[in-house]
Design a protein around this ligand. Structure first.
Ligand code: TYM
Length: 334
């Protein structure tokens, strides 16, 4: 288990954008880890609404999605008694430390980031998109976490975060903990159901490429049935030779807790159709309680807002302490 490298006092932080649909890639690669880790460590979970606006957002939709995501995270098992769940925009220290990091990051380091290159289109890009990674570094370093559980698409941002922590510490004296990424071995990159060479993504053009946490049982069965497979008919875990089946095995492994090899052995001699049907039923069964809790939470938005407000209060305390220590070392008059 990924958390063996941590000790009991470790702090964990991660974040997620309130954009599009939460899908099983987000859940298995990130959210499920957060839920598992909160039994042992203090976990800060941040909804990255300031990051969301680096691409244009419809105000009404942003609000609805932000609150829906908070409910989904709670329904997945984030427990406000053990974790601090908050909105990034409720803690001004993020933007302030992000600004400080902007002044310490050469332009070339930001222009090289894969996400910036992918998301800037022919018309160019806004400065917010360029500065996305320095804000993410601030999100993380304000809480002095030892580990950041994420999917492997966040590795490049984590590398820059670690570099900024070291750069600041070297220049102004020991201030920030240099955090480690925590990435699940096979669930760290769940691939699209329609194309196993692309990661499952909420911004995918085709909805059949991902399974959303709130998909109905019939939608789930249909999407798994239509998922692309590889040639041959053996159920074997071989990501390079059989990437599509390996992806489905990885999904079954992450939902069931069995290893990829155990999943493959259990389905040895069965055809793709039977394996897919078992997988669809497993996903339906695992998502049902999450969906039911989500519906109950959605009936009481005030309760969710209260959790977010309390979370922000706790988060501000830690964040302001770190920010002030950094500013003092830099020579700001406090
Ligand atoms: P976001 O909102 O795109 O994704 C949230 C988390 O889900 C993981 N993930 C996946 N894991 C496995 N397979 C997939 N197909 C898959 N798709 C997404 C992501 O790796 C992520 O862990 N920049 C971040 C948000 C952020 C953040 C932070 C994260 C802002 N500040 C500070 C950590 C720490 C993002 O856009 O994640």
């Amino acid at each position: 288990m990924a958390n063996q490298r941590l000790n009991q006092q470790s702090t964990i932080l991660s974040g997620i954008q309130p954009s599009g649909n939460l899908h099983i890639g987000n859940y298995l690669g990130a959210v499920k880890q957060w839920v598992d880790l909160q039994a042992y460590y203090h976990v800060f979970i941040m909804i990255a609404d300031l990051h969301a606006i680096t691409v244009p957002q419809e105000p009404k939709e942003l609000r609805v999605r932000t609150l829906a995501l908070a409910n989904l995270l709670l329904a997945c098992g984030i427990d406000p008694e053990h974790s601090t769940l908050f909105l990034q925009s409720h803690v001004p220290a993020h933007a302030e430390l992000g600004w400080i990091f902007n002044t310490m990051t050469p332009l070339g380091e930001l222009e090289r980031m894969t996400q910036f290159k992918e998301k800037s289109d022919a018309k160019g890009a806004y400065a917010g998109l360029l500065n996305y990674p320095t804000l993410q570094a601030a999100d993380i370093l304000l809480y002095q976490p030892n580990a950041v559980p994420v999917g492997d698409d966040q590795l490049q941002h984590l590398e820059l975060t670690r570099e900024l922590a070291r750069r600041f510490n070297n220049r102004f004296g020991e201030t920030f903990v240099v955090p480690k990424p925590l990435i699940m071995q096979s669930a760290g990159r769940i691939m699209g159901l329609d194309d196993p060479t692309k990661k499952m993504s909420k911004s995918a053009e085709s909805q059949s490429s991902y399974i959303a946490i709130l998909d109905t049982p019939d939608e789930i069965r249909k999407k798994i049935k239509n998922a692309v497979t590889d040639s041959g008919k053996e159920i074997e875990y071989n990501p390079s030779a059989k990437p599509a089946i390996a992806n489905l095995i990885a999904i079954m492994s992450a939902f069931s807790g069995s290893s990829e090899q155990e999943v493959a052995e259990k389905h040895n001699g069965k055809g793709y159709a039977e394996f897919k049907s078992d997988l669809a039923e497993l996903i339906v069964k695992k998502l049902a309680p999450i969906q039911e809790t989500y519906r109950k939470l959605a009936e009481n938005p005030d309760a969710t807002l209260k959790i977010l407000k309390q979370g922000a209060k706790n988060a501000r305390e830690t964040a302001n302490e770190t920010l002030n220590s950094a500013k003092e070392k830099m020579g700001f008059v406090l």
